[in-house]
Ligand binder design. Structure first.
Ligand code: MN3
Length: 206
């Protein structure tokens, strides 16, 4: 049985970059629906519903065909949003910028933090329709950008997401309407780099 994780801050804490109403609907309705529908799909599959969500998706081949797509959609939705809330934090921007091993690897792969942000933004802008941009650790422990449609989770491809950006319209439409680029630019102000670095450390040592 999966449950909706609590937001690690108040619904209005990400203002002005992400508005309170969007957060209430996004967490309380959209994410909650993924959790409910995942539980419904897993009714009668006790062993599967006892697995951590990451493992359930990582071992998607072990999920019976008849419920596999539902687990990809709703399990992915649950995992992606659970990550998303954690890798954000209230403004102001600028505190806790990347440091240590994570920053070193970012510089190695993308030459600078600014270049990384540019490439990640491009990836997110290039999602056509509903989907996500992710920074992932691959099985060979390299740091790579990915773009996935719908709620497809990096875990189903064997990768570990350490940063993710929801570019479904429900994530920004109330405040930004068709101005997706403005949403993404504002989002950089609320990235929780300390959490991303933690995710990086955990992923490379796993
Ligand atoms: Mn969403």
């Amino acid at each position: 049985m999966f449950t909706l994780p609590k937001l690690p801050y108040r619904h209005n804490a990400l203002e002005p970059h992400i508005d309170e109403k969007t957060m209430r609907i996004h967490h309380g309705k959209h994410h909650a629906a993924y959790v409910d529908n995942l539980n419904k799909a897993l009714e009668g599959y006790k062993e599967l519903s006892a697995k951590p969500i990451e493992k359930l998706l990582f071992e998607i081949d072990k999920v019976p065909q008849v419920i596999r797509q539902a687990v990809i959609n709703h399990g992915g939705g649950n995992a992606n949003h659970s990550l998303f809330w954690k890798i954000m934090r209230p403004p102001p921007a600028g505190r806790g910028e990347p440091q240590g091993g994570f920053l070193k690897t970012i510089k190695k792969e993308f030459s600078s933090l600014e270049k990384f942000k540019e490439q990640f933004t491009q990836k997110a802008m290039s999602v056509f329709g509903s989907g996500w941009a992710f920074l992932v650790i691959t099985p060979s422990k390299s740091l790579t950008l990915k773009r996935h449609s719908f709620q497809n989770s990096p875990y189903i491809y064997g990768n570990i997401p350490i940063l993710g950006l929801d570019v479904w319209e429900h994530a920004y439409y109330l405040k930004y309407q068709n101005r997706k680029a403005d949403y993404i630019e504002a989002w950089w102000n609320i990235v929780n780099w300390e959490q991303v670095a933690k995710n990086f450390d955990n992923a490379v040592s796993s």
